[in-house]
Design a protein. Structure first.
Length: 220
């Protein structure tokens, strides 16, 4: 716990309101684990993000020109799943059982395809949104639900880390379900009936006090 309060963490991401996105997954990870952080959010509408993106590329801070970016104790890191893994390692949250960390990696790797599809289509044309809802998301959610059935080591979650901490694969799944529901590509009822293993994960994180408070604050 000392590490969590001592580390200085700054999250840079887009101003998305109640939607999470990739940076939201990192935020949920920190909230669930009680990690203190500050954040700097860039607006998509007034040219602020376009300017920041150019700066990231031109300066070499992030050649990909993407966020989230996290600064932690003077080290700048990118790529949202890798960020969570780094924070977990630095703050001694990872499990001491290699396989417990592996199941998180396996699900986080599989999840990235659906996250990419969400990011590419959820804010697009009516046709793109419909394609995400009916064609792209369902088969991938089925795969993820079956992966949970195969890999989970807990009643609901894949695994827990040191001091019962929450790990990156589980948080990624909560984040994508939260976003699909927020952007109207999935209903909670569909999640409950079609993807019961994923729905249990979704409910577990919704019951986390810090996460539920963030959602309530953003929903006003």
């Amino acid at each position: 716990k000392d590490n969590m309060s001592a580390a200085k963490v700054n999250l840079q991401y887009l101003k998305l309101g109640p939607v999470g996105g990739r940076g939201g997954v990192v935020r949920f990870f920190m909230l669930a684990n009680g990690i203190q952080y500050e954040e700097q959010l860039f607006s998509l509408s007034n040219g602020e993000w376009a300017k920041k993106k150019k700066e990231l590329i031109d300066s070499g801070e992030n050649p990909a020109g993407t966020v989230p970016i996290v600064d932690i104790d003077g080290v700048t890191i990118t790529q949202h799943v890798a960020i969570m893994r780094y924070i977990a390692s630095k703050m001694n949250l990872t499990s001491h059982e290699y396989y417990h960390n592996y199941v998180q990696d396996a699900v986080a790797d599989q999840y990235q395809h659906l996250r990419d599809d969400w990011a590419s289509n959820a804010f697009g044309s009516v046709e793109q949104k419909q394609k995400l809802t009916t064609e792209l998301a369902p088969p991938q959610l089925h795969v993820l639900d079956r992966l949970y059935a195969k890999l989970k080591l807990e009643d609901i979650l894949l695994s827990r880390g040191n001091n019962e901490s929450y790990l990156w694969g589980d948080v990624s799944i909560f984040g994508i379900l939260y976003d699909l529901i927020r952007t109207g590509n999935l209903t909670e009822e569909e999640t409950r009936s079609d993807y019961p293993n994923l729905h249990a994960v979704y409910k577990a994180f919704l019951e986390n006090e810090a996460i539920s408070k963030w959602i309530a604050d953003k929903s006003q």
